[in-house]
Design a binder for this molecule. Sequence first.
Ligand SMILES: NC(=O)c1ccc[n+]([C@@H]2O[C@H](COP(=O)([O-])OP(=O)(O)OC[C@H]3O[C@@H](n4cnc5c(N)ncnc54)[C@H](O)[C@@H]3O)[C@@H](O)[C@H]2O)c1
Length: 340
Amino acid sequence: MQILVTGGLGYIGSHTSVLLLEKGYDIVVVDDLSNSNIEVLDNIFKITSKKPAFEKIDLKDKKAVSKLFQDYTFDGIIHFAAHKSVNESVNYPEKYFSNNVGSLENIIDEIKLLENPINFIFSSSCTVYGQADLMPIDESFPLKEAESPYGQSKRQCEEVLKSLHDSGHSFKNITLRYFNPIGAHPSALIGELPLGIPENLVPYITQTAIGKRECLTVFGNDYETADGTCVRDYIHIMDLAEVHITCLEKLISSNDDSLFKVYNVGTGKGTSVLELIHIFENVNDIKLNYKIGERRKGDVVTAYADTSKIKEELNWSTKNSLKNALKSAWNWELNLNKDE
Ligand SMILES: NC(=O)c1ccc[n+]([C@@H]2O[C@H](COP(=O)([O-])OP(=O)(O)OC[C@H]3O[C@@H](n4cnc5c(N)ncnc54)[C@H](O)[C@@H]3O)[C@@H](O)[C@H]2O)c1
């Protein structure tokens, strides 16, 4: 089985690539390195002793995508590649629509030419729910006007996939709405590697703990939550990687040539920013320099998943603890800085 992994050198893609190789899949990693590093390929090799095929392609380039589909035959596609910075998307919305939606459309144009139904997994995000009225969030909740062009681009991608399904084209799709992935591979050879100032909380925490950043600012402690800080559903990256294997197996084994499913992927548990900081401090025996700042524009207050659909239909749930995730994130940061 040959699987195309777009964005396979990025954070979630690299961890999933490792599991795919360990499960015996052949993979073709496509990445334009706009938010990743070619060394990740070597580290995937160090972990798995397998070197995946790699193509440095910008998926916005329609001709290059056509050639990719001429050069290889794929049994499945896991489409991670996208820009993901919520803040950047506010300043450069067009960059987000052209890459996130445009790249998907280029791939879909090739899918339409295939004879057999392809197995397709799409990376969506809980941002499509905006600030939901109730918690936990289940998949039937309305998709609200997204808070950012990034969220809006994910929503548009979901619509593009739905249109393909509704058109009657044979195509098996699972869309995964990720909550908040954190942590790193237990080897500490791959992990989240933000270029520039991290936007996500955990890389900011680890970079502050190691001294790269002076102080972590907690954006607001006057929200209507137990301790006043925002609440998120943090999922260990190894659990998130694993769910792609479960979904791929489901798609491959299904006889329904127009299977079309959407699942939340989270733990089902909300954790506040302050709780997360304190767990990080305790498990790693570190005192973190942090301060309380103003609320940040665009942050939803609370978001955690109802995970019953994926549990019932795919018998999948998370295995790793938050403590384990925060330990692995710290080990990854230590490993990144071991020579400095
Ligand atoms: N990390 C999160 O918190 C999170 C949460 C919800 C959803 N997602 C989604 O999951 C997916 C993967 O996220 P991630 O955290 O691994 O991001 P990432 O930035 O680490 O990985 C994305 C990879 O795609 C590549 N890429 C981007 N545009 C490309 C293009 N046009 N052609 C080829 N390669 C391209 C980048 O170089 C990068 O290696 C994204 O679609 C993202 O929107 C991420």
